[in-house]
Design a protein around this ligand. Structure first.
Ligand SMILES: [Zn+2]
Length: 176
């Protein structure tokens, strides 16, 4: 496999992880950390399930990888994420010394790797992370927008049936 074929393979893997988030009613974002074509750690978005606003796919994957290799530094690894990282996750990627980031869909509201800001390339970082954006962008973007479309339909139906509870948990602002 060429490098770009490997990138596609691992992004598809991250998309499969995103499906796990969706199965839990979470916004479908998945992340996998790979070194020498082997998985160091993986994660999917689950803040609602874990009662943890920091449980984005990247953070879950970074914690998983650190545990697996018993090292807080993930030197030489690549993280594949289906959605552009937010500022928190971009910061965590820098702290964990991940060498490279590959992401799929852009996040025009909170993206911190090119869309709204670019933390990875900031002059003040002594660790620079290479990145590739827009890999399988349409598929990744569709995965997320299809989720929101489905949720909107469900919410509308619930409202019409007056079965919607006040505490329904949908954070529609994050992405469209
Ligand atoms: Zn994040």
């Amino acid at each position: 496999m060429s490098d770009s074929e490997l990138d596609v393979k691992w992004m598809q893997y991250a998309m499969a992880l995103a499906e796990k988030a969706e199965a839990q009613g979470e916004i479908p974002v998945g992340a996998v950390i790979v070194k020498e074509d082997e998985v160091l750690g993986e994660g999917w978005n689950q803040p609602i399930t874990l009662h943890d606003s920091t449980a984005h796919a990247e953070i879950v994957a970074i914690r998983n990888a650190g545990k697996n290799i018993a090292n807080y530094r993930l030197v030489g690894s690549t993280i594949y994420v289906t959605l552009e990282p937010c500022p928190m996750c971009a910061g965590a990627i820098i702290h964990s010394r991940i060498a490279r980031l590959v992401y799929g869909a852009q996040d025009y509201k909170t993206g911190a790797v090119g869309s709204v800001m670019n933390l990875l390339q900031h002059d003040s970082n002594n660790h620079k992370v290479d990145f590739t954006s827009g890999l399988l962008e349409q598929q990744c973007s569709h995965q997320i927008s299809a989720f929101f479309k489905k949720r909107r339909v469900e919410i509308k139906a619930a409202k019409e049936n007056k079965t919607l509870k006040d505490d329904v948990n949908i954070d529609d602002d994050q992405i469209d």
